[in-house]
Design a protein around this ligand. Structure first.
Ligand SMILES: [Zn+2]
Ligand SMILES: [Zn+2]
Length: 292
């Protein structure tokens, strides 16, 4: 069932682990919470799984080891992704997922759903893939995110993609620097600055494409980090942010009630005029319900 809604599309900027001191302008242009919570365990598959399926990890069952081994999401699961829900009842819903961590495309979103997918290690040619791996693993260069950003800018700027309903963009290199050098270390903080300018590049493309007024842009992250890892339930690992910008969202507003990064799934469906399923653990943040 659909309802009236102001948005033609939703764009999710999914930042793999960022405590974000640097996205102030975006935050001020919409509603945000710096006190949002990740789901537990604070790992990527569990959290992106909840963000995209709207249920807690014990329901979607996604785990890093499985998705990294290439196991696809169960097509018979009672907890389908928002991609699958949006595709229901229509053959030609245009959706895209551009990610630095390819298990999102191969293990978290169902393979049966037609999606414009991109990930550096699955969509670049074999020579590029070798070069990207070398730069990533040996030179510790943040090359995956750069590739994703340049490809997603091309995607946004192509007029044939203006009908896209859901665009999920995932960046990973801040988290990689947390694992490599420590969360809060100098290289990690420097990578946050790099990511900040990459987000600016994506948002400029959104403006140039004329998408600003009819897009709801959500920014969130999957988990924090402590030492050189995450997965536990310390404040540093659980504490995340969620920010939303759109024509119906009052600028400079704060989301005071407790929210989860998982609530992203409810926001996506609501903004696109879809009913939020009764099995969802994801909820519409109460303050935003009034504004959407
Ligand atoms: Zn992660
Ligand atoms: Zn990580």
């Amino acid at each position: 069932m659909t309802s009236r809604n102001p948005y033609k599309r939703v764009i999710v900027l999914a930042l793999d682990e960022v405590p974000t001191p640097v996205l102030d302008v975006f935050f001020a242009s919409g509603a945000s919470s710096l006190k949002a919570k990740a789901v537990v365990p604070t790992d990527s598959a569990q959290n992106w799984g909840s963000v995209l399926h709207g249920v807690l990890p014990e329901k979607h069952g996604l785990r890093n080891g499985d998705v990294e081994a290439g196991i696809p999401y169960d097509e018979n699961s009672p907890y389908p992704s928002v991609y699958k829900l949006l595709a229901q009842g229509s053959d030609d819903v245009k959706m895209a997922s551009y990610v630095a961590w390819e298990p999102i495309n191969t293990g978290i979103i169902e393979l049966s759903v037609k999606v414009d997918f991109y990930a550096p290690l699955t969509h670049e040619n074999i020579f590029w893939r070798w070069w990207l791996r070398f730069k990533h693993h040996v030179l510790k260069d943040s090359v995956y995110d750069r590739k994703v950003v340049s490809r997603v800018v091309d995607y946004i700027c192509s007029p044939e993609n203006s009908d896209v309903k859901l665009l999920f963009v995932h960046l990973t290199d801040v988290d990689e620097h947390g694992h490599g050098h420590g969360y809060g270390s100098r290289p990690y903080l420097n990578q946050i600055k790099v990511m900040d300018s990459q987000i600016a590049t994506i948002l400029e493309a959104v403006d140039e494409a004329g998408w600003r007024d009819d897009s709801l842009v959500i920014m969130t992250t999957d988990h924090g980090g402590i030492g050189r890892g995450h997965g536990g339930n310390s404040y540093q690992e659980i504490s995340v942010f969620l920010a939303v910008r759109g024509i119906s969202i009052k600028p400079n507003s704060k989301i005071e009630n407790e929210i989860s990064n998982m609530d992203c799934a409810a926001l996506i469906l609501k903004a696109l005029g879809k009913e939020i399923p009764e099995w969802f653990d994801a909820k519409l943040p109460t303050e935003l319900e009034l504004l959407l």
